[in-house]
Design a protein around this ligand. Structure first.
Ligand code: NAD
Ligand code: 4PL
Length: 246
């Protein structure tokens, strides 16, 4: 397929469902060869088959699994041009129930997992001596201070910090590093969680009516992955129908 991403290989983590699935589908439609990765191996395989991609299962919080993910990418895709850090746990947990075990699990997956994948992906990009794209999915909860997800909000702030620092260090290699902050999105995960009850409140705060959809996020990721976004780096693009302004 030809498109603005033809000839590029993209890794999308957490791509078996929700926003990650929409991102993988959109990047494939733009012509990219997509590596669909998820801790859910079955869901990943199903999507890879549907979009003509390659499925490689991995828990991004496990350094051994991330190492074998990138061995698989080298063997099956020959390299990587675009990495989309999308995999996360999206908890709903009041502060009084946040203990050390919860905190550590959320930081391990949502922040350290993003580090592990980004470490390996940018090393691979630099070996190829080509331009690269790092795109990480943060959340507008970092701006809003949304309740019932304190560890999540802290981890998402960490992703923005990593984005800002890494952009400076990797610019000279032609690698751009950016983050997106979606607002509440009606993803597969959100639909079956208490967050699904928040749409009324969130829509009241949005400048535009409607429920956020995975495709609203995927379309902006596709732009950041494209050559049109070559002069954008270190930025956080807020995609939430104007719920917050930053
Ligand atoms: P979701 O729960 O529907 O899907 C998340 C996917 O990540 C699942 O397929 C899951 O198996 C996978 N995953 C979870 N832990 C993993 C791990 N350790 N290793 C590999 N894969 C793992 O979530 P979603 O709503 O589509 O969210 C996707 C991204 O968007 C997340 O980073 C989330 O924080 C962010 N986000 C979501 C919303 C929202 O309202 N849905 C808003 C802002 C940001
Ligand atoms: C506004 O990232 O951005 C609920 C759940 N509400 O995960 C999020 C808002 C949630 C969000 C998010």
């Amino acid at each position: 397929m030809t498109g603005r991403l033809s000839g590029r290989t993209a890794l999308v983590t957490g791509a078996a469902q929700g926003i990650g699935k929409a991102i993988a589908t959109r990047l494939a439609a733009d012509g990219a060869k997509v590596v669909v990765s998820d801790i859910n191996a079955e869901g990943g395989k199903e999507l890879a088959t549907a979009i003509g991609g390659v499925a490689i299962a991995a828990d991004i919080s496990d350094p051994v699994a991330v190492k074998s993910l990138f061995e698989g990418i080298a063997a099956k895709a020959g390299g990587i041009d675009i990495v989309v850090n999308n995999a996360s746990i999206v908890p709903f947990i009041p502060w009084d129930e946040v203990d050390l075990a919860h905190w550590q699990r959320i930081i391990d997956v949502n922040l350290t997992g993003t580090f592990l994948v980004t470490r390996a992906a940018t090393d691979m990009m630099r070996q190829q001596k080509k331009q690269g794209r790092v795109i990480s999915i943060s959340s507008n909860t970092f701006f809003a201070g949304t309740p019932n997800m304190a560890a999540y909000v802290a981890a998402k702030g960490g992703v923005i910090g990593l984005t800002r620092a890494l952009a400076t260090e990797l610019g000279k290699y032609g690698i751009t590093v950016n983050a997106l902050t979606p607002g509440l999105v009606e993803s597969d995960g959100v639909k079956v969680s208490p967050h699904n009850e928040a749409f009324g409140f969130v829509e009241m705060l949005q400048a535009m009516p409607g429920k956020g959809q995975p495709e609203h996020i995927a379309d902006v990721v596709a732009f950041l992955a494209s050559d049109d976004a070559r002069w954008i780096t270190g930025q956080t693009i807020n995609v939430d129908a104007g719920m917050v302004r930053h």
